[in-house]
Design a protein around this ligand. Sequence first.
Ligand SMILES: C[C@H](N)C(=O)N[C@@H](CCC(=O)O)C(=O)O
Ligand SMILES: [Mg+2]
Length: 363
Amino acid sequence: MKITDIKIGSISVPLKTPFKTALRTVNSVNDIIVKIITDTGHIGYGEAAPTGVITGDTAGAIIGAIEDHIRPAITGLDIENLEKIMLNLHGSIVKNSSAKAAVDIAVYDLFGQLHGAPVYKLLGGHGKEITTDITISVNGPEEMAEDSRNAVNSGYTTLKIKVGKDVKKDLARMKTIRKAVGPHVRLRIDANQGWTPKEAVLTLRKMEDAGIEIEFVEQPVQAHDIDGLKHVTDNVSIPTLADESLFSPMDAIRILERRAADLINIKLMKSGGIHNALKITSIAEVYGVECMIGCMLEAKVSVTAAAHLGAAKSIITRIDLDGPVLCSEDPVIGGAVFNESKIVLGDEPGFGIHDITGIVYRR
Ligand SMILES: C[C@H](N)C(=O)N[C@@H](CCC(=O)O)C(=O)O
Ligand SMILES: [Mg+2]
């Protein structure tokens, strides 16, 4: 099963409601799709999310990285030799983790098809059903409380609350939401780098003092500020989780060796795909640190791939794969079934993706 071509296209899917974080406001998922074609007629699908404010990757840069660097480096290689493909993929260009993720996902889709098995079984096979949280966008306290109540009524037992925009309002946001949903709903918060280390400690301590139970705080401070992240970790009881600070396996070693965070968030768009994400899970196992598997604003191709990884590895104990349920349409035929908080993986080989509607390929 040799790679003969990589086609590149794009999809645009409107969101149900605007997605708002401390970093950006978005109304639709506009992602790059790759389709790897083999000499045996098999097709592997992948997806890249151009999340410039987090990865630095834009749509144009993703297309350029694949066309000018990745495609020439892996065309002609046999899917049987996954190791060689991954060496060439990751050696073809530095950074560009989203472009690498899209191609890595499509290659794993083909690897599963080659072996006649769903990818989660090839990666460890821990389980085939997982439960995701849902994100509550950052807005005024009352609007967030209403969104939280609606999510709980739809069956979500864990909410990921976006904060970090206008620090003075964050305590009010959390008090109002906790009151609205009651004591039994799990609340995790994501500041998306919106606080200084001092603001983070002060705000989180106020939340602790107010008796607001919080599962963990995600990325309280700027991505590069590992000292600041450690300062928060050392000075509040709420566990911290590194997101934007941790892209690569080397980042994982640096953060875990210093005990700068209590938990880590793996995203295929940051790690450059499953190959490196597996290295991060192994590092986390060595340090005994549990992981979350997360996503950017992504549609069902790449989130299905992330779900297979999340289902395969027992060190991944938390799931933030709500991209597809935030979308108002699903252009992907096949893949995992996303039914609100429940994600069920199929038994078809690879990722079980059959087609994507409304896609325009470049060549
Ligand atoms: C969509 C997911 N729940 C999420 O919040 N992901 C990111 C932000 C993604 C984006 O801006 O596209 C996160 O920070 O965890
Ligand atoms: Mg985050």
